[in-house]
Structure formats: structure tokens, C-alpha cells
Design a protein around this ligand. Structure first.
Ligand SMILES: Cc1cc2nc3c(=O)[nH]c(=O)nc-3n(C[C@H](O)[C@H](O)[C@H](O)COP(=O)(O)O)c2cc1C
Length: 315
């Protein structure tokens, strides 16, 4: 019999469970920063991640916004990609079969729309595909039937949208909250009461930048979403607030780029985390952070990572 190796013997357990889905570790690549996953196959061992969220899918294909659509800021990034994607039908025929050939990976499908019917229809299309673990509902979209205010910024619109999506979804539903609200605790609670199996937060903060030389906006769309380390302390506070107002799991994100960042989000109340902008700076970031997290747990004598969730000490 071979004796256990140093790494297997007493190796920390990084596994977590969110929305009823078991993940080998809490590191999930965030939507819009990891393509359809397949683009990263050559640089990341996808099976080492807890999972990945594919870019937002809509009912019809979308070309997105005109350039410039990305701008690097101090410790962050502005983007106004405009949710460019191939559409739900094409995802099922062109991407999902390839994803299903990968072994041991967990794929989340991010969904968005401009009306409740858009969301419902997109989910119904995706219900037909095999191999999607759960849906993540991006509610940071303007509701065109209600004056363009974001679904996720209006309590009633959020309630109606999540109720509709939950009814349509044949898979667990994660509601990805907008941070552009007065009370994230209230919005998280509304999502829970409307049937969400988990909430994820934060999406990007509405922001803008101007070039003082040309006096023009840095982003053609004028406003854009701010992500990256610049938003991390606000995201941690929002995860803390959300986790204290719901019983369902919270998936935290916003500027995570190290193992210590992950621990911080988990102590604030996150059961799992996502990594977005860090993949722009280093395409291998997600996998590297899993390794870093493993070492962090060994060094800090953390046996069961999931026990850290909500473990903030106040004294
Ligand atoms: C270029 C880019 C595209 C994004 N596209 C989506 C998207 O399609 N759907 C979505 O829910 N979030 C999208 N996001 C938001 C991220 O998934 C994440 O919530 C946000 O960037 C905060 O995490 P980070 O600071 O680690 O990037 C996008 C972010 C970036 C930077």
C-alpha cells in the first residue's frame, strides 16, 4: 500500500455548496470576463476551478456597444461592452456541446433581458440544454417597459422579475444583484422571498471618466461599469449587508485578486466567490488563486474552508 503523500494527507477541504451545487473550491470565474469558458481552455485547467459563469446570454444575438468600451482606471477598469453575445439558441448548438465534452467542470449560464418576457424566454431556451448547473440572473439591465430603470434598482421590478424567472427555471436560480442601490440588504431579501436559491454580488458600479485633453468621454457609451480592486471594500460591505439579511447563500465578488481577498469575502458572509477583472490582467488568475488559496489554508491551519463563511470577529 502506498502511504499518503504530503499533499493528500490532511490537505485542506476547499469544497463549498451553493444553491445546492457542490463545488470543489469556492473560486468561480465571473460572467463577461471568461468568455464561454472555451476561450480559456489553453491557459487555465478549467477542472481546477470551482466553476465558471459564461458571458451573459440574451434571447437574440447582440453586437454590443461601439468602441472604446474598456478603460483602465486607478486600481480598476471601466467597461461598456454592452452585453455582446451569440444568443441563447446559438449557445446551445455552438458552445454547450463542446463544454459538455470537458470533464469535471461546473458551468453557470448568465442570463439577461430588457423585459420580463425576454428573461423568461431565454431561460426556456436554455432549459433545453444539458449540462448547465444553474442560471445566474443579471438584473443590472434597463427595464424598457418601465422607463429604463434597472430591474435590480427597483424593488417591485426585481420582485416580479425573480418570480417570473424562478417559475421558468428548471435549474437553481442565482440572482446577481446590482450594487447601484440604496439598500443591498433590501434587494437581497426581495430576491430571496421571490424564490432565489442564492444571490451573487456585486455587479459593476455605474461610473464614468473624461479625457481632460480632448474633453471627451473615455468610453463611447459615456457611462460604464467600474470593476476591479477599486471597488473591493464597497463590495465586502455589500456582501456583509446582504448575508445578514438572507438565509440563502451569498456569492461575493468585486476586485478579488488574492487568496486573502477570498478569505475576506468569506468572513463577510460569502459561501463562494467570483473573479472577474483579475482575468483581464492575467488570464491564468483564476487557477493561480485556487493554488494560492490551497497554500493559504495550509499555512493558516484552515482544515475546512467553508467554516469561515460569516466568521468575522467583532470584539
Ligand atoms: C468586461 C466585463 C464584462 C462583464 N460582463 C458581464 C455580464 O455579461 N454579465 C454579468 O452579470 N456581469 C458582467 N460583468 C460583471 C462581472 O461579472 C463582475 O460582477 C464585476 O466585474 C465585479 O467583479 P471584478 O471586480 O472581479 O471584476 C462584466 C465585467 C466586466 C469587467
Amino acid at each position: 500500500m502506498t502511504p499518503p503523500t504530503a499533499t493528500t494527507k490532511g490537505a485542506p477541504d476547499l469544497s463549498v455548496t451553493v444553491a445546492g451545487i457542490h463545488l470543489k473550491n469556492p473560486v468561480i470565474a465571473a460572467s463577461g470576463t471568461f468568455g464561454y469558458g472555451l476561450e480559456f481552455e489553453d491557459v487555465v485547467h478549467l477542472d481546477r476551478l470551482g466553476g465558471f459563469v459564461i458571458k451573459g446570454l440574451s434571447r437574440e444575438p447582440m453586437t454590443g456597444n461601439p468602441p472604446p468600451r474598456l478603460y483602465e482606471t486607478t486600481a480598476g477598469m471601466l467597461n461598456a461592452i454592452g452585453l455582446q453575445n451569440i444568443g441563447a439558441e446559438a449557445f446551445l448548438t455552438e458552445k454547450l456541446p463542446k463544454l459538455n465534452q470537458l470533464r469535471n467542470v461546473v458551468v453557470f449560464a448568465n442570463v439577461f433581458g430588457y423585459t420580463r418576457e425576454d428573461y423568461e424566454h431565454t431561460i426556456q431556451i436554455l432549459n433545453e440544454g444539458e449540462g448547465i448547473a444553474a442560471y445566474e440572473l443579471n438584473v443590472s439591465c434597463p427595464n424598457t417597459q418601465h422607463g429604463g430603470i434597472q430591474f435590480g434598482s427597483d424593488p417591485r421590478s426585481l420582485d416580479e422579475l425573480v418570480t417570473t424567472a424562478k417559475r421558468a427555471a428548471e435549474r437553481p436560480l442565482i440572482v446577481k444583484l446590482s450594487p447601484n442601490v440604496t439598500s443591498i440588504a433590501q434587494m437581497a431579501h426581495i430576491a430571496q422571498e421571490a424564490g432565489a436559491d442564492a444571490v451573487s454580488l456585486v455587479n459593476t458600479f455605474v461610473a464614468m471618466a473624461i479625457d481632460p485633453e480632448t474633453r471627451k468621454p473615455r468610453i463611447a457609451n459615456l457611462t460604464a461599469g467600474l470593476s476591479g480592486p477599486a471597488i473591493k471594500p464597497i463590495a465586502v460591505r455589500m456582501v456583509y449587508d446582504a448575508a445578514h439579511s438572507v438565509k440563502i447563500p451569498v456569492i461575493g465578488m468585486g476586485g478579488i485578486s488574492t487568496a486573502a481577498d477570498i478569505i475576506e469575502f468569506m468572513l463577510a458572509g460569502a459561501s463562494a466567490i467570483q473573479i472577474g477583472t483579475a482575468s483581464y490582467w492575467d488570464p491564468c488568475a483564476t487557477e493561480k488563486i485556487v493554488e494560492e488559496l490551497q497554500n493559504y489554508c495550509v499555512e493558516h491551519h484552515i482544515q475546512e474552508l467553508s467554516e469561515l463563511t460569516g466568521g468575522l470577529i467583532m470584539e
